[in-house]
Design a protein around this ligand. Sequence first.
Ligand code: SF4
Length: 352
Amino acid sequence: MKKMKKDIKNLSLEELKRHFIEIGEKPYRAEEIFRAIYKSKIFNFYDITTLPKTLRDALDNQFFITSSELISKRKSSDSSIKFLIKFPDNSLVETVLIKDTAHGKTRNTLCLSSQVGCAMKCKFCATGQMGFTRNLTVGEIIEQFLLAEKIAGKINNIVFMGMGEPLANYENVKKAIEIITDNKGRGLGKRKIVISTSGIIDKIYKLTDEIKSVKLAISLHAATQEKRDYLMPGLRNYKISNLFEALKYYNRKTGNTITIEYLLIKDVNDDYKDAKDLIKLLRTLKFVKVNLIHFNRVAHIDFKSSSREKVFAEILKKNGITVTIRHSKGEEISAACGQLATDKNIATKFKA
Ligand code: SF4
């Protein structure tokens, strides 16, 4: 029977070194491979010409470097790019590149997916309406990054804000971060990475202790338990009071500011009392800021965007809270917050 090839990107540098020792190869070869894949973006073992031919044969027999197909690449007028990527089991995920130009410099931020679909069923979110299919592997998370960087150039920041709840796929997300930040490979700074979670409490404690300098954003969207249970039904077992205990722990241990994401939805969470409830919660945290997010149109979801963004922001500001009103980029290509959902009818094929 033909042996199934494995994704080499699932292996950390240390694991790859151990593998080479086991097969009687020099462990420094692992560093050559890491450099070739993550720095030089070489996706074929036979193109890694520093390796002896016998080793290239052996690697090609056992592993693959990339496995996905880029189904489409859509660009919006604000230069955001949405990639639709298909994995061999026909799973589709979206990855979004956001371009920000300030002071003559362009910064690329990549919004990565961590799952196919999502189990949290948030009422305002297109991904939540898809249901959950599976976790992405370490290699599949990294592959989105490699493809985007190969096509669009250097990525400056990563946000785990694409499809899925990253902390529900904690171990794979953690290992993908370990590999992308490894100095022997791509070496992206950990402080350039944001994990955005709906609030998986035990994993916030774990992340604080284990991944340390990555930044944390919380999709809160409601400041009372009742309203949050309505908007985010998959989070019912995670109480707001316990979530804020975990956030205090993160503040204390890392000294990092936590970003609270709050989507303003007309007549749902945008009145004076909502703002006051939010302020009360935020006062329990030492380092915190709020992103008020404009609600983007999503098919089959009845919510409307609020016109009270400025009023809501003013109430927070008057109470000493740092707040930014964020109009998501990429809305016209459904690449903005809460709009990611794989549309199987997207037909335009794109060759990388
Ligand atoms: S908002 Fe985040 S956690 Fe909620 S359903 Fe969408 S992807 Fe999942």
